[in-house]
Ligand binder design. Structure first.
Ligand code: SF4
Length: 160
């Protein structure tokens, strides 16, 4: 059990109070087949501004194999521990990034620890790998886009 749960999630502050529980539980396959993607987008928007977002997401990762928790579906949660689901993970991260939630936020909720980067360029690489564009990475880290571009060039040179 991780820190967020230990710190006691204040469920009484949930932004979804009064919403039908069924909105949060639907099979992934059904969602795709009958076009419930709009529903998950609406939930993601609601959850990303919820005051207990991280605690809820953390609870979902730790305790739940069904349902949407912290705006993330069961299959999306699974993609963070299943290497064969990289595509699902990347699209999940891109979707959350639209609401200002980074992979660092998600990893923190998932593991209870802030990812630590040895060098600032590690953070750039980490965020680029989530599918964020260079200017978005610059925004998240509060650095110039030029610095992001230099990191990309250095990485490319190392690969040669
Ligand atoms: S993060 Fe979403 S599912 Fe969790 S309590 Fe808040 S609104 Fe409800």
């Amino acid at each position: 059990m991780n820190n967020f749960f230990d710190a006691k999630v204040k469920w009484e502050n949930a932004a979804c109070q009064g919403k039908p529980v069924n909105d949060f539980y639907f099979a992934e396959e059904v969602r795709k087949r009958i076009g419930k993607n709009e529903q998950i987008t609406a939930l993601r928007e609601l959850c990303s501004s919820c005051p207990i977002f991280k605690g809820c997401l953390s609870w979902g990762f730790t305790n739940e194999i069904y349902g949407v928790w912290g705006g993330m579906t069961a299959m999306e949660r699974l993609s963070f521990t299943n290497p064969s689901m990289t595509d699902v993970k990347q699209s999940t991260l891109r979707s959350f990034a639209m609401y200002g939630i980074t992979q660092m936020d998600i990893e923190e909720a998932r593991t209870g620890e802030k990812p630590i980067f040895k060098k600032s360029s590690d953070g750039v690489g980490y965020l680029l790998d989530t599918g964020l564009l260079p200017h978005q990475v610059a925004d998240v880290l509060g650095i110039q886009v030029d610095s992001v571009m230099r990191s990309i060039e250095r990485k490319a040179l190392k690969k040669k």
